[in-house]
Every structure is written in C-alpha cells, then in structure tokens.
Design a protein around this ligand. Sequence first.
Ligand SMILES: [Zn+2]
Length: 314
Amino acid sequence: MRMTQCTAVLCVIFLTTGVVYPQNCPPCLKNQNPLPGHGAAANIPSCVCPNDTRRVILVSIGGGWNVDPNGNSTPGQTNVHVWNAVNCAIATWNNAQDQFGNKTGYYFVLDQSGQYGSTDIKIQREQVASGGGFAQSVPVGTHPNVTSWKIKLDPKNGNLNNNQFRHEDLCGRVSHELGHVIGLADNWDCTTIMSGTDPITGMRPVNTIAPNDVLQVNNNLRDDTRPNCPQCYDGTTNCEGGGGGGDEGGDTGGGDDTGDGGCIDCNCHYETYYAWTNYEDGCGYKWQQVRYVCDGQIRWEGQWEYLGWSCAHY
Ligand SMILES: [Zn+2]
C-alpha cells in the first residue's frame, strides 16, 4: 500500500508540460547599453539579500505627482494610484523569472529621497501626446550610452482615466516603460509586457511579465549577447541611424511611447474598425474596435465597444 502511494507521487513529479517560447520575442535592443546603476542589491538594507549582485537601479516619482485623483495638490503626498503602481511594477520586475528560474540582472529601488545616489529613472506627471497617450519613455543622453531616463505618465493616469482602466493596467503600464529602460522594444507577436495599450480606455491586454521578457532583458544586459539582439532603438535592424535619441517628440506613425527621435514600428498605426450585428433592413447594432495594424497585419485588437444603431430603428 505504502509502495503504491510513493509510486503515484513520483509519477506526478515527472509529469511536465511543454511550453514553447518564441525566440527573440520581445526583441531586445542591440544599440542600447545597460544603465551603469548603483552597485549591488546586497548593499540595499531593505533588500535583505546578502550576496545578491543584481545591479541597483534607482527610481523616483516626481513632485508633480503630489496630487489626489482629482488633480488637487497634496504636498508631500504622492498620488495613491501612481504610488501603488510604481511599487507594484518594481516588485514585479524584481521577482520575475525566466523559464530557467533566473531573475533579471537588475534590482529596482524606489528612492524618493535620493539616499542611494542619483536617480536613474524619474517618473513625471506630464502630458503625453504621441501614440496611445498614456505613457512615454524618454532617454536622457544619446544612444547607445543613455545616462538616465524620464518616464512621462500622463495626468489621466492619476484617476485611472476616470476609472476606465484597472489598477493592474497602471502597474502593467509602468512595468512596460521600465521594460524599455532595461532594453526591450515594443512587441505584439507574443505574450509580453511589451505589448501596447488600448488608446481609448488605457486598458492593457497583458500586465504580467513573461519568462521571455526576463530572458531578453538579460540578453540586452550581457555584453556577449547584446550584439545578437534583433532590434535597434530606432526600430530598424541594422542601427545605421547611429546614436539618435535624446530629442523627444519625434515619435511618428504609431510607436506607442518611444519618443526617441526615430520610431519603432514606423509602418504601424492605430485604426478604428466598425462592424454591425443583427443586420436587418439596412439597420442593426453598430460596434467599433480599435486595432493596431503593422504592414497591413493586425497586431493587437482592443475591446469591442457598442456604438448604437447604425440608423434610426422603428
Ligand atoms: Zn512601449
């Protein structure tokens, strides 16, 4: 009897599921060098991680976010949604693992007072005009040697766009922007934190960090694998544009938030698609859906929205 039980347990242990991870998805960037950071995670007391050599990256939330969800000033008090989302995104990246159990080589720390050094990533309350209009990562310095980053979060994030998107979408949005800082490009071809945002509501189809996201961050981080990353910061594959970067506002043609003077996915754009149901006598329910289309292929489809009748019904 005891023998039979043991055998059953062993059988369960050996049952594994095969998971296929598309290679190079999301693309890491070959011409974006890792931030130098601020030493090892083991030196940060709150980490409680002796011997942890992960590279510390310091994050701070700008004073512009000292506003309540209605936009009223709250001196010394960061907007609760943004505070929670930044802490969530930091914890999510710090704990995420690839398919082999490795974490990224980075350890994000929220350091509002600058006690550990100069800020690497400043999160600012600023209007975002390009792409989806919710967030934008702006490098300080010139590629490949960017010295620090600014992440613009549009003011409408402060009340979850009038509660049109969820807390997890804001956490996912910050995680996505941190992903750019640590060497990842936008992508819609696999399940990745680097997929985009519904430009109308601000909801995001993917808010979790996938094993391949971690793998590709480390491929950008390592000097021996970075040259094999498939994409350049300007969206090309050969990086002939040289340095670039630094001048924000040059994001053309639907890259959601890169603002780098070039563009990622230059042949992509958002479009609104209409459809009708219950078509009868020329009338029916009308729906719309926002889609992200690249080179004529749909990369991402948003939620269907009900518009009303396509003509007066009687
Ligand atoms: Zn992006």
